[in-house]
Design a protein. Structure first.
Length: 93
């Protein structure tokens, strides 16, 4: 997890960057850093969406298995057959 930085920390970083890099190269360096941060956010977003897709596929696979199990168990067919037997028995009486 990233450390929490306050205003004083950002001010110290800005002063050190201004002294080390210099006022001429600072805007270019900040643009490069901004581009790197944007790329990192994009990669993190892609990574997260890939995990979401994997999760959805796993959920769908579980649902498919449950549906197949229900089809094989055939509770609807058993109930329908029980109703037919009951109907025959009532007609016979």
């Amino acid at each position: 997890m990233l450390p929490q930085l306050g205003f004083s920390e950002f001010l110290l970083i800005a002063i050190v960057a201004l002294v080390v890099v210099g006022p001429r190269e600072l805007p270019g360096m900040l643009r490069k850093i901004g581009g790197l941060v944007a790329k990192a956010k994009g990669m993190a977003s892609d990574f997260q969406s890939a995990f979401d897709d994997i999760g959805r596929e796993a959920d769908l696979e579980d649902l498919r298995k449950e549906i197949e199990e229900l089809k094989q168990a055939g509770p609807v067919n058993e109930i329908a057959e029980d109703l037919r037997r009951t109907e025959r028995a009532l007609r016979d009486d």
